[in-house]
Design a protein around this ligand. Structure first.
Ligand SMILES: Nc1nc2c(ncn2[C@@H]2O[C@H](COP(=O)(O)OP(=O)(O)OP(=O)(O)O)[C@@H](O)[C@H]2O)c(=O)[nH]1
Ligand SMILES: [Mg+2]
Length: 391
């Protein structure tokens, strides 16, 4: 089969990473430092054929959306260890649609006990009354076992519906779901809603938000990004997990979908080019390493600038062309930023080792343990930062 034939057959792809470009171990980290069971868990639940396995495959295994048409129905819990030893550490459990909470083999204490987030997927192209009943049943059961679970509702497959229908479904699902919870006496339980599709970037954006809630260092990362962009004349900056293209943090300015898509596309371009030309002579050289950086000038006087932060993370910035005249200052500030991130990362490692030691004494612990203050990282960072003093 020719190259073109293959492309045509696959059709539209959100990402074009080579399939073997995946997660490995972080250099400074012992791969056994955190066992799979200790990692926060994200559960994917919802009715049959709602799209759970497709979401997991597209976001974390670079399956092209069209290939999901051939996925078979899941008949047992599939556990997937996201083996990225960077900030993004978790397990995803993909459930069969027909799961029955009243089945005596369903161990709800074990399943919901170590769960960080529960993603409930509702097919927006289908009738959702049954899905809402299941959502209510799921939230009630899960909340009872573990009140710390974050509930995320994906109103999914919105690629096939009009904008009006999307908004109307979201409003309707939101009000019915919260009313049902109130009727069940669970007024205080918060549900977050996301409109998603595997055929565009919305699923990556929604998953970014789910994952961010599981990163205890998020406020520190956001703070570092805010300081970095305000001293460097940058419009927007995303800290990306390169493999999944979910962003684990961004500055405090609002995220617009177009900017996020642009940055995702940039990562694709850099990795593709790097795979094709970068490591031609030595296949062992990673497509993304500490020399990875890229600058793309666009025709609307905007610049996209990508820099490697560590083996798994990249910083992608959107900068106005006139603010890029002092690139040296931006680069200097970036080095300070990277140093600060390393400090946060080291603290986290230390904390994990402590937790692991405690855990071996007390099997009852869970991931929400205390995190040492990372305030010093951002304080030092602020002092060292140069200012572009953009006129
Ligand atoms: N149009 C559209 N179809 C989707 C989307 N996500 C998944 N699908 C399709 O939905 C069908 C079911 O997807 P699965 O991922 O197998 O659903 P599931 O929830 O894992 O199903 P069970 O394992 O049976 O519980 C597949 O044909 C997918 O191609 C989407 O965002 N848009
Ligand atoms: Mg499935």
């Amino acid at each position: 089969m020719s190259y073109q034939d293959e492309e045509e057959q696959i059709g539209y792809q959100v990402g074009s990473f080579p399939k073997d470009f995946g997660y490995g171990n972080f250099d400074h980290e012992d791969s056994n430092s955190r066992s799979a069971e200790d990692k926060p868990r994200i559960l994917l639940m919802g009715l049959r054929r709602s799209g759970k396995s497709s979401i997991q495959k597209v976001v974390f295994h670079k399956m092209s959306p069209n290939e999901t048409l051939f996925l078979e129905s899941t008949n047992k819990i599939v556990k997937d260890d996201i083996n990225n030893s960077s900030f993004v550490q978790f397990q995803i459990w993909d459930f069969p649609g027909q799961i029955d909470f009243f089945d005596p083999t369903f161990d709800s204490d074990m399943i919901f006990g170590g769960c960080g987030a529960l993603v409930f997927v509702i097919d927006a192209q289908d009738e959702y009354i049954e899905a809402l009943a299941k959502l209510n049943q799921t939230v009630t059961k899960a909340h009872k076992v573990n009140p710390r679970i974050k509930f995320e509702v994906f109103i999914h497959k919105v690629d096939g519906v009009s904008d009006d229908f999307k908004m109307e479904s979201q409003r309707d699902i939101h009000s019915r779901a919260t009313d049902d919870l109130a009727d069940a006496g669970l007024e205080g339980v918060h549900l977050s809603f996301h409109l998603t599709s595997i055929y565009d970037h919305s699923i990556f954006e929604a998953f970014s938000k789910v994952v961010q809630k599981l990163i205890p260092q998020l406020p520190t990362l956001e703070n570092l990004l805010n300081i970095f962009i305000s001293n460097s004349g940058i419009e927007k900056a995303f800290l990306f997990d390169v493999v999944s293209k979910i962003y684990i943090a961004t500055d405090c300015s609002p995220v617009d979908m177009q900017s996020y898509e642009l940055c995702c596309d940039m990562i694709d371009v850099v990795i593709d080019l790097s795979c094709i030309y970068g490591s031609k002579d030595d296949p062992d050289v990673a497509a993304f390493d500490d020399h990875s950086s890229s600058l793309i000038k666009m025709n609307n006087s905007t610049i996209l600038y990508l820099r490697e932060v560590n083996k798994f993370l990249a910083l992608v910035c959107i900068i106005r062309e006139e603010n890029f005249s002092r690139q040296g200052v931006i680069d200097y500030n970036f080095l300070c930023f990277r140093e600060a991130i390393t400090q946060v990362f080291e603290l986290r490692l230390k904390n994990q080792k402590l937790e692991a030691a405690e855990h071996s004494q007390d099997h009852d612990s869970d991931y929400q343990g205390s995190i040492p203050s990372t305030g010093t990282a951002s304080q030092n960072f602020d002092q060292h930062m140069s200012n572009t003093a953009v006129a």
